[in-house]
Design a protein around this ligand. Structure first.
Ligand SMILES: C[S@@+](CC[C@H](N)C(=O)[O-])C[C@H]1O[C@@H](n2cnc3c(N)ncnc32)[C@H](O)[C@@H]1O
Length: 333
C-alpha cells in the first residue's frame, strides 16, 4: 500500500503507520511549516513538499492508496471562533477533496477535534460526510481518547475512515476503542529533570495553593484569577499534582490520571507549560513527548523549545493511528 500524508506536521501519522500491520510506504508528504520540516527531516531523514497545499496540482501528485490528514482544527475547535468553512483554514478540507477526486485513494484517514462533529449544529460534519459519500466512499467515524491507547493524556479526537465502496472487504469496519486501561501520567514522569525551572512567581503560587503562604505574603500584585485555584481535580494531592494555567485561572490535576488535553496554548510561553508541584518545575520535553505518545528516540532538538512544544501539541498521538491502521488492515483486501 502506498500512502500520502497532508498537513504532515511532524509526522504523527507516519510514526503510527510504521508501527501498524499495514505494509504501507510513504510516497508523498506535504506541510507548509518550515520548522516542522526541520524536526521531520531530523527524524525521518527526508524532507517533504513544503508548498502551500492550495498550490498543489493534484494531477502532478504520485498515485497513492491511502490519504492521511490531520487537517487544521482551529476553525472547528471550541477554543476558536467556530467560523468553520467560512475560515480560510477550514477550506483545507475542500482542497483535500479536490485531490481525492483526482487520485481516488482506496482509503481516506482524517483526524480532527471532536467539535468538528458538533460544529454549526452538525451541518459541517454532515457536509464532509455527504461530499465524501458522493465520491464513492463509505464513511466511519469515532471519537477516541488517546489515554485508552497507552498514552498518558486524555485527548479525545475524531477519527474518520473512508473506504472506497469497491475496495472494502466483506468484513464491517470497526474502530478498536480501547487497547489499555486509562493511562495515568505518573509512570511517564522524568523525575529530577529540571531543564525548565519555574519562576519566582510560580514558587509563590505553589506555596499559596499548598497553604504554605497567604495572599498577603505575595511579593507581587496577585491577579484576581490567581488568588485561588480555579479548579482542583477529584482526589488530587496538591503537594504532588500538576498545575496548569488557563486564561480563566490555574487548575490542579492528579498525576494518577491521564494529563488533560495538551493544547497549543501550553507553548504560549514558559509560564504556560504545566508545573509539577512536588518537584517545583515545569514539565520537561521528555515528558511532553511521552504525553503525546511519541517514541523516546524522537528528536526535537532542531527547533526552539517553544516550537518543539507547539509541534507536539498539534500532532496526532501515533499509538491511536497504529490501532486504527490495524483496524483498516482487517477489512482491506
Ligand atoms: C493539526 S496540524 C497536523 C499535525 C500532524 N498530524 C502531526 O502529527 O504532526 C495541521 C498542519 O497543517 C498545516 N497546514 C495548514 N495549512 C496548510 C496549507 N495551506 N498547506 C500545507 N500545510 C498546511 C499546518 O502547518 C499544521 O502543521
Amino acid at each position: 500500500m502506498k500512502y500520502a500524508e497532508f498537513c504532515t506536521g511532524i509526522g504523527g501519522f507516519t510514526l503510527g503507520i510504521e508501527n501498524s500491520k499495514l505494509d504501507a510506504e510513504l510516497v508523498y508528504a506535504n506541510e507548509i511549516d518550515s520548522n516542522c520540516e526541520k524536526t521531520y527531516r531530523l527524524n525521518f531523514g527526508r524532507g517533504f513538499d513544503s508548498s502551500d497545499l492550495f498550490e498543489i496540482n493534484p494531477k502532478e501528485l504520485p498515485d497513492f492508496d491511502m490519504m492521511c490528514a490531520g487537517f487544521p482544527c482551529q476553525p472547528f475547535s471550541i477554543a476558536g471562533q467556530q467560523k468553520g468553512f467560512g475560515d480560510q483554514r477550514g477550506t483545507v478540507f475542500f482542497k483535500l477533496l479536490d485531490i481525492i477526486k483526482e487520485k481516488k485513494p482506496k482509503v481516506i484517514f482524517f483526524e480532527n477535534v471532536p467539535n468538528l462533529k458538533r460544529h454549526d449544529g452538525g451541518r459541517t460534519f454532515q457536509q464532509i460526510k455527504e461530499l465524501l459519500e458522493d465520491e464513492g466512499y463509505e464513511l466511519h467515524d469515532k471519537i477516541l481518547d488517546s489515554s485508552y491507547f497507552g498514552v498518558p493524556q486524555s485527548r479525545p479526537r475524531i477519527y474518520i475512515v473512508g473506504l472506497r465502496n469497491d475496495v472494502k472487504g466483506k468484513k464491517e469496519f470497526t474502530f478498536t476503542e480501547k487497547i489499555t486501561k486509562k493511562t495515568p501520567l505518573r509512570p511517564y514522569l522524568n523525575n529530577g529533570d529540571y531543564s525548565i525551572p519555574i519562576s519566582d512567581k510560580w514558587q509563590f503560587y505553589i506555596d499559596l495553593y499548598t497553604d504554605k503562604k497567604n495572599e498577603e505574603d505575595s511579593p507581587f500584585p496577585l491577579p484576581k484569577t490567581r488568588k485561588h485555584l480555579e479548579r482542583k481535580a477529584e482526589g488530587c494531592d496538591l503537594d504532588d499534582c500538576v498545575f496548569q494555567i488557563r486564561s480563566s485561572g490555574i487548575r490542579a490535576y492528579s498525576i494518577d490520571e491521564p494529563f488533560p488535553t495538551f493544547a497549543v496554548s501550553n507553548s504560549g510561553g514558559g509560564a504556560m507549560i504545566p508545573v509539577l508541584s512536588k518537584e517545583r518545575r515545569h514539565l520537561n520535553l521528555v515528558e511532553m513527548r511521552r504525553i503525546m505518545g511519541f517514541p523516546e528516540e524522537y528528536d526535537l532538538s532542531k527547533v526552539s523549545r517553544t516550537d518543539a512544544i507547539k509541534e507536539l501539541a498539534n500532532a496526532v498521538c501515533p499509538p491511536v493511528i497504529t490501532s486504527i491502521c490495524n483496524d483498516i488492515s482487517v477489512v482491506i483486501d
